[in-house]
Ligand binder design. Structure first.
Ligand code: GLA
Length: 380
């Protein structure tokens, strides 16, 4: 599939499985977050780019719902009136149910999925799937959805039906991504600004996979909610955790339980880092931007405690190997480390990191390269 690309693979798959050409098609990208981790459900800013890797969804009208993926043989038939099965097709059922709730007429669909977004690596293959599916199925129902509606359908499918209490960062960048641009999104207001992000990033896989639904992610959200409740006792005007002024951190450190105090410190310092990062990118200050990534990682490791040994090792090796910046990206507890390095030396930097990692962990971590790519689009 890698050679042909998911667009071609998707059409071929549809033909093979369903015996005809699809009526409609759409695709959406995975994402990597440059800065602003665990801020999107705390009212803070985020700074993701869309990957130049995409998930392609093809569909045609049918009487029932049958789903096929390039990753497994056969088709899966699903009913829309059942609860989630813990299967990847839950994301599609979630999307159909949201579209129907909005008044779209979708009595059934044959639908195929092909993708070159690595699944489960923290690159948001799930938002690529829900956004791509929402765009394809809306087209099938002859319904024009505004971009913000697409975000909402995809986000609700994941948070309400699949049951992952995620923020809106992944769905927003999958819809609004632009080539060569990062998206500065203020999650409290929904304000979006595009910031030039030329060049490419390297993504090193820690090899560890996280269980988002039941795991630590949900636990951190509960801690953040509890921290906000406690902060409001002496700052009743506080709307979100990201609104805590940095000058209040010392007091919070004294008044809140230690762990909660650290969670707040991460959210508050990360909020500042994103704003400084946007400024650094606008001024072309790559070195400064890289330092903010390193600082962001230290904060995830120490204060949010969402890192892992493998990611910490990659970041330490990155610094030693001359990378401009490095940071664990996405939900955490595994997944991918983003590496920034000058274009001319990035191959050498990555090789040095891989060699150091192999010496310690006995395996060579996988690496992907990506530029900032475009958001959702219709595929003819
Ligand atoms: C996951 C969620 C996002 C965001 C990140 C952490 O990717 O889907 O909404 O919370 O974790 O920044």
């Amino acid at each position: 599939m890698a050679k042909q690309g998911p667009r071609h693979a998707g059409r071929t798959l549809f033909h093979e499985v369903f015996g005809s050409a699809p009526d409609v098609g759409a695709s959406a990208p995975g994402r990597v977050n440059l800065l602003g981790e665990h801020t999107d459900y705390n009212g803070g800013p985020v700074l993701p780019i869309a990957l130049d890797r995409r998930t392609v969804v093809h569909a045609r009208a049918a009487r029932s719902f049958r789903f096929a993926s390039a990753l497994e043989p056969g088709v899966v038939e699903r009913r829309m009136d059942e609860g989630p099965h813990g299967h990847w097709t839950d994301y599609l059922v979630g999307v159909v149910r949201q579209l129907v709730a909005m008044g779209c007429d979708i009595p059934g669909a044959d639908l195929s999925v092909a993708s070159d977004v690595p699944a489960g690596a923290g690159l948001s293959s799930s938002a690529a799937l829900t956004v791509g599916a929402a765009a394809a199925l809306a087209q099938l129902a002859r319904r024009r959805l505004a971009p913000a509606q697409l975000v909402e359908v995809a986000w609700r499918a994941e948070s309400e039906y699949v049951g992952v209490r995620c923020g809106r960062m992944d769905q927003t960048i999958a819809v609004f991504g632009r080539r060569g641009m990062a998206l500065a999104l203020e999650t409290a207001t929904g304000q979006r600004r595009m910031v030039p992000f030329p060049g490419s990033v390297r993504l090193l896989d820690s090899g560890l996979r996280h269980a988002l639904v039941a795991g630590e992610y949900g636990h951190r959200r509960i801690e953040c909610e509890e921290a906000l409740r406690r902060c409001r006792r002496f700052m009743p005007e506080l709307a979100t955790l990201a609104d805590v002024p940095p000058t209040a951190l010392a007091r919070i450190g004294r008044l809140l339980p230690r762990t909660l105090g650290r969670r707040v410190r991460h959210v508050v310092t990360e909020t500042t880092r994103v704003r400084e990062g946007v400024d650094a990118l606008r001024r072309g200050r790559r070195t400064r931007f890289g330092e903010l990534l390193y600082a962001g990682h230290a904060s995830l490791r120490r204060d949010f405690e969402s890192s892992c040994e493998e990611a910490d090792a990659i970041v330490a090796l990155a610094r030693k190997s001359g990378a401009t910046g490095a940071r664990l990206t996405g939900a955490g507890w595994g997944g991918v480390v983003i590496i920034l390095a000058p274009e001319r030396s990035s191959n050498a930097v990555v090789e040095r990191i891989q060699a150091g990692f192999a010496r310690r962990f006995g395996r060579i971590p996988q690496v992907w390269e990506s530029r900032a790519g475009g958001g959702v689009r219709i595929e003819r």
